[in-house]
Design a protein around this ligand. Structure first.
Ligand code: MG
Length: 119
């Protein structure tokens, strides 16, 4: 399964990617903001995206995907420090399938990924 990891923090991308790799996910692509992410969507089957990023934030990126005939059905997990209920509700309203609040542990991440891709 091809997974796209979007975060402006290289460290955070490493943490997420290493967690996924340790659980057997080996087709991983990464992007540093929404614009870069949109340019790397080819074949992607699951998106994990940060909220706060320069150039194009995660919520705008999600809206772009949802407006795309090609990408609108790809499951999305929002990873954010915005733990406030308002932000979570907004993300879900825009079509995010699941969300993870930072800081998170590896088990939480993998559990949410598993739940999201199993529908
Ligand atoms: Mg960020």
């Amino acid at each position: 399964m091809k997974v796209l990891v979007v975060d402006d923090s290289v460290t955070m991308r490493r943490i997420i990617i290493n967690s996924l790799k340790s659980s057997g996910y080996d087709d991983l692509v990464e992007a540093g903001d929404g614009i870069e992410a949109l340019a790397n969507m080819e074949g992607v089957e699951l998106v994990l995206t940060d909220w706060n990023m320069p150039n194009m934030d995660g919520l705008t990126f999600v809206k772009e995907l949802k407006q795309s005939d090609v990408y609108k059905d790809i499951p999305i997990i929002m990873i954010t420090t915005e733990g406030g209920k308002g932000e979570v509700i907004e993300a879900l309203k825009q079509g995010v399938n699941n969300y993870i609040v930072k800081p998170f542990d590896k088990d939480t991440l993998l559990d949410k990924v598993k739940k999201t891709i199993s529908g």
